[in-house]
Design a protein. Structure first.
Length: 231
């Protein structure tokens, strides 16, 4: 991407108890690529991670963001320890879950050459599974949560009546292709897998050479072939 070309916009949504590397892994990858304007959103001004790191939001996770969510090309949903994720899941109907639901049904941006992309990291996949994002698709999460994600997928598909539950795969990341709204759905495995998934996102938007350049700059051995690309 040239220096004069407008940057794509990537939104990272945080919740109390998120995993620090779930956020920082893909955040640094996308920021280093130079393609994205990185934005963090949260309900609180300061959000504390499970490891005690405090992050100040760029924008509020509120009705104004909901009204303008179509400004974003990428939404990244990190995970965290099970209890914190389940506590956030308990706020069904709140702005965090509503943001995910709103983004996954957005159509493509008129001026964009790529579809929007929704990326979950680690147990962040449980949020997506609980609202049916993976219905009819393949996905992954931290290995210790395969069974729990499968349960969420079955429950959400049952609520949708005619839907097929999402299928959980053992992989560092899964690119399931686009959903019925044209949004590309990508999920990462546990914690560090978010780096590999982030590099895949760079590849999607800018090509493999750009992704390899970012990996080299990070001194990171990209485990590209440990991911599953279906679309």
């Amino acid at each position: 991407m040239s220096e004069t070309a407008p940057k794509l916009k990537a939104l990272m949504v945080l919740f109390p108890g998120f995993n620090t590397l779930d956020m920082n892994g893909p955040f640094e990858v996308l920021a280093r690529a130079g393609l994205f304007e990185m934005v963090t959103a949260a309900e609180n001004e300061i959000t504390r991670s499970a490891e005690g790191v405090q992050v100040k939001r760029d924008i509020a996770l509120d009705v104004e963001l909901m009204a303008n969510v179509d400004e974003y090309d990428v939404l990244i949903v990190p995970g965290g320890p099970g209890p914190q994720v389940r506590a956030q899941l308990g706020q069904d109907g709140g702005p965090f879950m509503n943001l995910i639901c709103s983004f996954e049904i957005l159509g493509p941006r008129a001026s964009a050459s790529h579809p929007r992309l929704l990326l979950s990291i680690c147990t962040g996949a449980l949020f997506l599974g609980s609202v049916g994002v993976f219905n009819g698709l393949h996905c992954t999460t931290h290995w210790a949560y395969y069974e729990e994600l499968t349960g969420f997928n079955v429950e959400s598909a049952t609520r949708a009546v005619a839907a097929t539950p999402g299928k959980v795969l053992a992989a560092r990341f899964v690119d399931a292709g686009v959903n019925s709204s044209g949004v590309r759905i990508v999920s990462a495995g546990g914690v560090s897998c978010g780096i590999d998934a982030g590099l895949h996102v760079v590849k999607v938007f800018a090509g493999e050479a750009a992704a390899r350049e970012v990996a080299e700059g990070l001194d990171y051995a990209w485990r590209k072939t440990d991911g599953v690309v279906l679309g």
